[in-house]
Design a protein. Sequence first.
Length: 254
Amino acid sequence: MRAIQDPSLPHLVWLHPAMTEPPRPPSLTDLPFFRGADAAALERLSAAARWRTVEPGQVVVDEDEPSTDIFFVATGAVRVQLRAASGREVLLNEFGAGEFFGELSAIDGAPRAANVSAIARSRLCIIPAQAFLDFVFTTPTACHALLRTLAAKLRLQTERTLEREALPVRLRLFSELLRLSRPRAGAPTERVVSPPPPHHELAARIGARREVVSRELSDMTREGWLARDRRAIRILRVMEMQALVAAELRAPAA
């Protein structure tokens, strides 16, 4: 509402509904991957794209699904995971605003390798594989961005595979908490994970059982590695954690 004074009766003020601009339709230029691309190429790609909103817990794609679209996250976040027949889950990755997933099936045409579900209300841009590949093949900056992203994902999976094979649960927890954390304001020697992930989620991230993770977190808190409450996990001994993980992973000199 906005106030408008009556010119003939200055002592009166009328309330009128405020006029708002209609929401702007979503655009590929809202996504970092497409910024700076040729306008004509973006126009052709936009004609093939469609937009979808998903709610928390909603499945976006399922493992072995024969679809090949690529998905860009405009807002929100999604989680990529595998589920064994026993019910055990392995959390592979999470993608937030500006990131994308589904590029492997778009490239090779094979069924989906994992399940992807929303973990927050999310707005997704969905692009058919062929339209996306045509754009990438004719846009060097996009091709380079795709290659960089694939390289980063491969490095992360390689790092996590080594950790699962080489590190005990405690050091795997150290590494994952450091990966999830951000600097803590006002405490330059500390980092913080907020909100704190549930124990079963941490277990799925590092390939451990939930009860083992719960026990380790309690021990780590008692020993002064962490401070925990319902809002956050504070990492108190950051450099010591980093040094222990690095020492365990570093190959001994020949």
